[in-house]
Design a binder for this molecule. Sequence first.
Ligand code: NGO
Length: 484
Amino acid sequence: MPRPVEVVPNGDTFTVAPGVEIHAHGEAMEVARYLAGVLRSVTGLEMPVRAPGGESAGGNAPAGLIRLVAGTADARLGLEGYALSATESDLTISALAPAGLVRGVQTLRQLLTPGPTGWTVPGGHIRDYPRFPYRGLMLDVARHFFPVPAVRRVIDLAALYKINHLHLHLTDDQGWRIAIDKWPRLASYGGATEVGCGPGGFYTKAEYREIVEYAARHFITVVPEVDIPGHTNAALASYPELTCDGVAPPRYTGVEVGFSSLCVGKEITYRFLDDVFGELAELTPGPYLHIGGDEAKTLSSDEYAVIVERAQEIVAAHGKAPIGWHEIAAAKLLPASLVQYWGVEHVAEQVAAASASGNPVIMSPANRTYLDMKYDEASPLGLSWAGHIDVRTAYEWDPLAFLSGVDPGSVAGVEAPLWTETVSEIAEVEYLAFPRLAAIAEVAWSPAAVQDWTDFAGRLAGQARLWRALGIRFFPAPEIRWPA
Ligand code: NGO
């Protein structure tokens, strides 16, 4: 899960038991240590990691070999693809690059089955690579703040399903979550609230770097979002000079949207944007900065276009490609800007026009991918403005066909946003994300030709063992026959 491109069983069984060694060299060495950690957590076994040709334990031949090979795979696998082959005595994952090996390790982890003599892996050959280069999960840390350990947990769980982007919605009306040196009150004052009466919080730069590094170890790129020009009440409350009338509004802990905006006509607004996106760019090894752009309901369309165009230029001047929610397609786009579609309609003319001019599109249709929508009437958490999303609804759609008039070649991929108006605990995040994140991950990774609801539902049920072992508090969706 997600279903691989090609699977050919050979009837053998590889056994992970004491005496098995992991062999790797060069670039694959770090992934080998990552694999050893995964195997330790699943099986409790401590597997030695060695370079090939090195001395084995006690001079004996190992009981079995797990080999990780970087750089020799077939070029068609691309940077994230991998091949996995398993016989009685040898299990090899090969890939062009370490990112592909890490994706292959996730497959191996899912194949491990406990047995009487150890953990077994069915023999055979897998060739696998992603359908889309962009496969994202978004966490809203603004409506409720999630500290670093919670974000690390989210990264662990996203990596299981080969997600490769973590979009952090860092700012909104209810809170500003990232320290900005030149504007310290954003975090210290604007970060001290959240929806309801919780304490809020923010990431120091050191903490934020820790998140970025942890994600990078899983070959996940962090995409930071500072949502402008709307959704900015926390910033306006912190700095009255950012408002048009110079009066700071009170901080806000409700869940309404669309009432706040930066002041388009004041030059200080653009100094602010340059400082904020500049410091964010410094914290960001990845190629993207997300500028938000959604629901700026208090601005005229001219005002909106002015600030969105300048924000894109500021981001580009700091060496990054802007991403914006699809409303930004109403403004002039830079060639490098990406448009993230979050509507529920199958027609969006400005998005189609952006795609026709070559701007990449990320698909997050709210009635398919929004993990914060309720599963059904009885869901204790979540919203329902885009409808209820059961697992099948999250699974059965085609990112290339959802929006009419969008050039399939411009679809960079899929992202599942998880907004947190109704969610304040990591257990609640898990409940909304599982099992639907697995559905979205398969939509984004697997070839359309191998996607099939009945087959998926059976494999999904098979994930429950892993989820229980990892303590994931998933929603036992009634349409799936979960094992007892
Ligand atoms: C909308 C809105 C967010 C809400 C979310 C709730 C976008 C892009 N803007 O999505 O502010 O939190 O719905 O589902």
